[in-house]
Write a protein that binds this ligand. Structure first.
Ligand SMILES: [Zn+2]
Ligand SMILES: [Zn+2]
Length: 425
């Protein structure tokens, strides 16, 4: 006999343990399998399976305690209802469910049925639970080991690619597939496209006359355009776009693009050539949209992107009435440079944002081109400053503002807005 087994045997054959085991056999509601009796003493000796513990205990009870008859009882174990004799059945179900998924690591979880929970309570009433391991834990481990053997993939408690959920109520295996996260930057060359799906205000997505039964305010979005090109490659169900802020619908996103993380849910594939995806997005959305610098990232990147508060650079086309001389314009932009703007929530977003005053700094405001009634400027400022109101003044809610700096009679209005650079992360 190898020394480990000898050690385990001597640990298990202490009188106190054997007494408890005897109680379980005598007071139990029927036959009990090796796993279920062994599991009640899981904390006593390490390095062996519960099944092995069970065998050793039963052998001791048979030879030293004269419990032959009770131990030989045939039939399904009353505690697990035969579960541990049918592990292969569950392994097969799991392998079948896993078949179409790409993964390197996994974890097994169990939803225990009420009947088994009750049985577990009963056996703990008889034996006490101080040395026991829960049934669920043993099942997860044993199925996990077998799936490892069959697939060559590994169990990972921290960050599994997917979770195999054994549902003992329904006797089905469900998969919880962890999303794939892709970081990149998008550039949007066309106006009128929102960043994400925008549900119809009337019907909240159900579809109505107003939205032509699409359920949406806009037919396309950056989210849907990117998703349309890459989702099929991952064989995913849907993609959520987490943007580092968002530009207005009628603003283009140019320059180096806006950082985003695409979260691909319920994907079957998880390793797709990202350069190929960049090409595909470009080809399928020619003139509208482009993504660059795609890379696989961890979930944490979503929070990082959401919290990034960085400067933004805009290219702004402004209309002015009446005309002003170029010199006045340059003076006004000089005054804006370095100014801290006090901005009350703009009237146009008041219906969905709280009314408050925010302070944002303009780092620079430069004239790019001038044509009497229209000019273009480049403005770099803190994230979160509303540019349209910085120009118009929003009835005095934004101070200082460009209109005011140009003179009391002057009205300035944003005609075109492009985001050039954003979120330097
Ligand atoms: Zn059992
Ligand atoms: Zn609608």
């Amino acid at each position: 006999m190898p020394s480990k087994e000898f050690r385990v045997a001597s640990e298990l054959e202490k009188t106190e343990v054997i007494e408890t085991a005897r109680k379980i056999v005598k007071e139990g509601l029927g036959p009990i399998c090796d796993n279920c009796i062994g599991r009640q003493f899981a904390k006593i000796s390490s390095g062996v399976s519960n099944a092995k513990r069970g065998q050793i205990l039963k052998e001791a009870l048979r030879t030293k305690w004269d419990l032959g008859e009770e131990i030989e009882l045939q039939g399904k174990c009353w505690v697990c209802n035969g579960l541990f004799e049918n592990l292969d059945e569950w392994v097969l179900k799991a392998l079948e469910a896993l078949e179409e998924y790409e993964f390197d690591s996994f974890l097994v979880g169990t939803k225990v049925s009420g009947m088994l929970l009750e049985n577990e309570e009963l056996i703990w009433e008889i034996a006490g639970a101080s040395y026991a391991e829960p049934l669920k834990a043993e099942l997860n481990r044993e199925i996990g080991k077998r799936i490892e053997r069959e697939t060559g993939k590994t169990v990972d408690f921290e960050r599994p690619d997917l979770v195999v959920l054994l549902d003992l109520w329904t006797e089905k295996v469900e998969l919880q597939v962890n999303s794939v996260f892709i970081y990149g930057r998008y550039r949007k060359f066309e106006r009128g496209i929102p960043q994400t799906r925008w549900l119809c205000r009337e019907c909240r997505g159900r579809g109505c006359e107003k939205c032509n039964y699409t359920g949406k305010m806009y037919q396309e979005s950056v989210e849907e355009l990117i998703s349309g090109s890459i989702l099929a490659e991952f064989k995913g169900e849907y993609m959520v776009l987490h943007g580092c802020g968002r530009e207005d619908i009628d603003a283009r996103m140019l320059g180096s693009g806006r950082p985003f993380v695409g979260e691909i849910k319920e994907r079957r594939r998880r390793k797709v050539d990202l350069r190929m995806l960049e090409d595909k997005v470009k080809e399928e959305n020619a003139g509208k949209l482009e993504v660059t610098g795609l890379q696989y990232v961890k979930r944490e990147m979503v929070a990082q992107i959401k919290n990034a508060k960085a400067d933004k650079t805009y290219r702004v086309g402004v209309g002015i009435k009446p005309n002003v001389p170029e010199k006045d314009l340059e003076n006004a932009l000089d005054k804006l440079t370095g100014a801290v703007i006090e901005q009350r929530t703009p009237t146009r977003v008041l219906h969905r944002r709280a009314d408050m005053v925010r302070r944002r700094k303009v780092h620079s405001a430069k004239l790019i081109s001038f044509d009497e009634s229209v000019f273009f400027m480049e403005i770099r400022c803190d994230g979160g400053l509303y540019i349209k109101e910085l120009v118009s003044g929003d009835g005095g809610r934004t101070k200082p503002n460009l209109s005011e700096l140009l003179g009391t009679e002057v009205e300035a209005e944003v005609k075109e807005l492009d985001v050039m650079d954003v979120c330097y992360i």
